[in-house]
Design a binder for this molecule. Structure first.
Ligand SMILES: Nc1ncnc2c1ncn2[C@@H]1O[C@H](COP(=O)(O)OP(=O)(O)OP(=O)(O)O)[C@@H](O)[C@H]1O
Ligand SMILES: [Mg+2]
Length: 466
């Protein structure tokens, strides 16, 4: 099929050329449908004219005093009427009134009176097939009291006239189909093919250089489907171009921030060393400000590390291993920053037998972020409880605390990086990173509920069951 298409001449491969050929074929086809009844009608009229002419000839005969004509006049009358013989048929007998030299044998008789359309069509095609018979045609005498009129016709004359007529129809059909096809071709070319070419050219140019505004298709004011397609394409290209430009800016900005962060972290590490030394100084004023200084530096370092880890677009793909979830939750509690005074209780209600197949390090980071948030929120003390259950092929973990619930700002921008933080010193990255890590596992992190009685997050890890 592909081969055959390639073998087509170049001019025939275009949409408009194919439509041109198709239109010609369709017009010719409809012309054939018109031709069939019209050739039958042409034959009928030809034969009816012979009957009418024969009638006139018989009138000439009647006008003579003794019904006798000279032989020359008789032959002339027959030749003018394009018939070879004329007979009058009365109920009692058939009277031959005019006849040329050789009385011919009749091959077929056709009665024109009351012949139906299908019969007339079949008779016309019989003439086109044979064309050299001698026919007897029966028609009505204008004055019916005198009976019917019969003429002997040489089919060759009828055949020649029908071929003439058919050739003319053929020529006319060709001209009409060429004209129609040409008009269809032109209108399609103008209405569809040219705009389609414009769209295709713009698509190709845009793919090659999306940042180049000249490769965009012009905004169209056409009201039809093509206009709509052009407008939509224009908007899409505009959107893609803007997104690309924004992405490039963001990438540049991200690279700059990463560099600054990296250096800043080194500088802060030095500051941390110095502030540690300050902590050893006995001066009461220094002792009073040193802890706050150290705390600020710690926060700054935390901010740098978090931003750096978020900026890494290529967070490593999860490396799944099988591990006991309960043990992991125990590990998290050791790093969650639980106060020493025991004001926060940590309840690990995860059944010991639940094994999970996931990246242990990444799930640890997710739970640690949730745990730190809970501990940071429960300044007055409270309880953190972690439960897990099996759900289908996966595992569902619920992380609950009895804290004061999410502040409004955090709730509005939950899981959005940098914007969700409602905590002094918070970067607003913890939950965004946690969600990203879970989504990379094919799961989801959602807020189940949060009110003055506490907050519950739900972690879905589909297909994580071992
Ligand atoms: N369990 C919780 N109870 C009450 N508020 C919470 C809880 N978890 C999160 N929040 C609120 O949601 C905000 C966003 O949390 P997220 O962990 O994303 O950022 P952060 O804790 O402010 O900063 P980071 O975790 O990056 O150091 C927090 O500032 C806090 O106000
Ligand atoms: Mg946090």
């Amino acid at each position: 099929m592909q081969e055959r298409k390639r073998n087509l001449p170049r001019w025939l491969r275009g949409l408009s050329a194919r439509l041109l050929v198709l239109t010609m074929i369709f017009v010719m086809l409809s012309e054939v449908l018109i031709y069939v009844p019209s050739i039958a009608r042409f034959r009928l009229m030809f034969l009816e004219n012979r009957i009418a002419d024969a009638h006139l000839a018989s009138l000439a005969l009647k006008a003579t005093p003794d019904n006798v004509l000279s032989r020359t006049l008789e032959l002339e009358l027959l030749s003018n009427a394009m018939v070879r013989g004329i007979a009058l048929k009365r109920p009692e007998a058939r009277i031959m009134i005019l006849m040329d030299d050789m009385p011919p044998d009749v091959d077929a008789t056709y009665d024109l009176r009351g012949a139906g359309a299908p019969q007339l069509i079949a008779d016309a095609f019989a003439t086109l097939r044979q064309g050299d018979r001698t026919l007897r045609i029966v028609g009505d005498f204008p004055d019916q009291s005198e009976g019917s009129l019969e003429v002997i016709v040489d089919e060759r004359q009828l055949f020649a006239a029908m071929i003439d007529y058919s050739t003319n129809i053929m020529k006319l059909s060709l001209i009409i189909s060429l004209l129609t096809a040409g008009l269809v071709f032109l209108s399609l070319q103008l209405l569809m093919v040219l705009p389609m070419r414009r769209i295709t050219a713009s698509l190709v140019a845009f793919r090659k250089a999306p940042e180049n505004a000249n490769s965009m298709i012009a905004f169209s004011t056409r009201g039809d489907e093509i206009g709509k397609a052009e407008r939509e394409l224009h908007h899409m290209q505009d959107g893609v171009r803007a997104a690309l430009a924004q992405k490039a800016h963001l990438a540049a900005l991200g690279a700059a921030v990463s560099k600054i962060n990296h250096d800043l972290r080194n500088i802060l590490a030095t500051a941390q060393l110095v502030s540690d030394r300050l902590g050893e100084v006995q001066d009461p004023t220094v002792r009073q400000v040193a802890p706050r200084l150290m705390q600020s530096i710690d926060r700054a370092i935390e901010l740098c590390s978090q931003t750096l880890s978020f900026g890494r677009a290529d967070e490593a793909a999860p490396k799944p291993v099988a591990f006991a979830l309960r043990d992991l939750v125990d590990d998290v509690s050791a790093f969650a920053g639980l106060p020493n005074d025991g004001s926060i209780t940590w309840r690990n209600d995860v059944p010991g037998e639940i094994m999970v197949r996931a990246d242990r390090e990444q799930i640890f980071r997710v739970l640690l972020n949730l745990a730190r948030n809970a501990v940071q929120a429960m300044t007055q003390g409270g309880e953190v409880s972690v439960t897990a259950s099996r759900g289908g092929a996966g595992v569902i973990v619920e992380f609950a605390d009895s804290g004061p619930g999410l502040p409004d700002k955090a709730r509005r921008h939950l899981f959005e990086p940098f914007t969700s933080s409602a905590r002094a010193g918070g970067t607003g990255l913890g939950l965004a990173i946690a969600k990203e890590l879970i989504v990379a596992h094919g799961g989801d992190l959602t807020l189940l509920r949060s009110d003055s009685g506490g907050t519950v997050f739900r972690l879905d890890l589909p297909g994580a069951r071992t």
